[in-house]
Design a protein around this ligand. Structure first.
Ligand code: UGA
Length: 441
């Protein structure tokens, strides 16, 4: 099929590239010329495993190209996927500036097209948005009737950053929310080559599935983090507890990794928006509220453990090493990263913070401007002379550090393992004052 993709962020570009790899003809649209040029050279403007190779192959075979010309892309296509960003704004709501603009732009092109097309929203939004808000915009700007002259649907994305191409090509399920049968069957036709069950619903249900999925995953992590804090006090190891819980197929072992909390651009935005909606419609969700609350406190557990380990129980004037800044490994993304509240709190308490991350250094420079904050090229320099170390992101290179590396470099070898990367027995037997989230004495 012929597909236009509006917005070449990580959802748009991955969607476009993956559809093209399945044999569809894809035109990507963006307003940033540099991105267009890069894509047309077969290079990805964002870092996403496997995307560069895919794009260079697809561009060379004329299966995908990018343009600034939205009208051209839409007129040439059967389906138009809107994949622009819906960042969060105040009052825990989504900012629909780009989504509304893109919808208006698409509507204006539909005005001049007699060919039936389906507009598919992929941008995450509050349940009801596609039907109650975007449909009227499309009808007003196009002067045409939705369901008769053009189709409309919502098709949520469940990609994880860093493994987005893999996730897109190997989905657990495909959710198609369409306003009518014709819209659904046109969207379904794009997914014929995917080996996954397809759930067909209305757009509002599909929107709800998207944010409820993210909310549930965040809740699962907040749950295991609370269990970790209990386990720590009663001297059992949350890793064994999580293993035991996860062996129940009804629960599954996934997303039961206790640590310093969840970050990233999606979880907080989606769960906050759903919580806000629950309050507005007078069914305030206690679970969503607690999930957010638990996650606010969890990063600071690392400082509590550190203060407990320090001889004078204070980080003031101490040199503290932070290993890992990105919100998870294999990305330079620091949006809502738990490293941010940890470092701010350490600086607030008068510590001198030395940090390392394999790829997020440039982003970190934009966030921290304190004269007590230092970034280093490698973990060894970061640990040098430190009174304590907090492991915040579980980058693989940190697992290569030996107990000796900590002992040789640090002033006092106190290690707070916020992601439970190391073997506690081995660390402790080699003389490290080792603490882990969800680990007893
Ligand atoms: C998340 C969802 O997993 C995707 O399904 C969804 O499509 C995406 O949001 C989105 O809405 O765009 P992502 O934010 O890329 O994907 O990251 P995850 O891999 O889900 O991790 C989120 C956070 O949870 C990270 O900070 C990670 O360190 C933390 N986490 C994850 C844990 O603390 N423990 C775990 O067991 C798993």
């Amino acid at each position: 099929m012929k597909i236009a993709i509006i917005g070449t962020g990580y959802v748009g570009l991955v969607t476009g590239a993956c559809f093209a790899s399945k044999g569809h003809e894809v035109i990507c649209v963006d307003v940033i010329e540099d991105k267009i040029k890069k894509i047309n050279r077969g290079q990805s403007p964002i870092f996403e495993e496997g995307l560069d190779d895919m794009l260079s192959d697809l561009v060379s075979r004329n299966k995908l190209y990018a343009t600034l010309n939205l009208e051209h892309a839409i007129l040439k296509s059967d389906l138009v996927f809107i994949c622009v960003g819906t960042p969060s704004k105040e009052e825990a709501k989504y900012d629909y500036t780009y989504l509304e603009q893109a919808t208006k732009d698409v509507g204006l092109v539909l005005k001049d097209s007699d060919k039936y097309k389906v507009v598919v929203i992929k941008s995450t939004c509050t349940p009801g948005t596609t039907n109650d808000h975007l449909k009227p915009i499309l009808e007003q700007t196009s002067g045409r009737k939705c369901g008769k002259d053009f189709g409309l649907g919502f098709n949520p994305e469940f990609l994880r950053e860093g493994v987005a191409v893999y996730d897109f090509l190997n989905p657990d399920r495909i959710v198609i929310g369409g306003i009518d049968k014709k819209s659904i069957s046109m969207i379904e036709a794009v997914f014929t080559d995917f080996n996954a069950p397809i759930l067909k619903v209305d757009p509002t249900t599909a929107e709800m599935i998207k944010i409820a999925s993210n909310s549930f995953l965040a809740m699962k992590i907040s749950f295991i983090n609370e269990m970790a804090n209990i386990a720590e006090k009663i001297d059992c190891d949350i890793k064994d507890v999580a293993k035991g819980i996860g062996m129940d197929s009804r629960i599954s072992p996934k997303f039961l990794g206790a640590g310093l909390g969840w970050g990233g651009s999606c979880f907080l935005k989606d769960i906050s928006a759903l919580y806000q909606l629950s309050k507005e419609i007078s069914v305030p969700s206690k679970l969503l509220e607690s999930t957010i609350q638990v996650n606010k406190l969890q990063p600071l557990r690392s400082i509590e453990l550190l203060e407990r380990a320090l001889s004078d129980h204070s980080v003031k004037g101490k040199k503290i090493a932070i290993l890992g800044l990105a919100f998870k490994p294999n990305t330079d993304d620091m949006r809502e990263a738990v490293s941010i509240p940890i470092i701010h709190e350490l600086l607030h308490k008068g510590a001198e913070v030395h940090a390392h991350d394999p790829v997020a250094i440039e982003n970190a420079k934009l966030i921290f401007d304190s004269s007590n904050f230092y970034l280093h090229e490698g973990p060894e320099q970061t640990l040098s002379g430190a009174h304590g170390c907090i492991i915040v992101t579980e980058w693989r290179i940190y697992s290569k550090l030996s107990p000796r590396d900590f002992i040789n470099k640090m002033k006092t070898p106190i290690v707070i393992d916020g992601r439970r990367m190391f073997n506690p027995k081995k660390m402790r037997s080699k003389g490290i004052n080792y603490y882990g989230i969800g680990l007893g004495k």
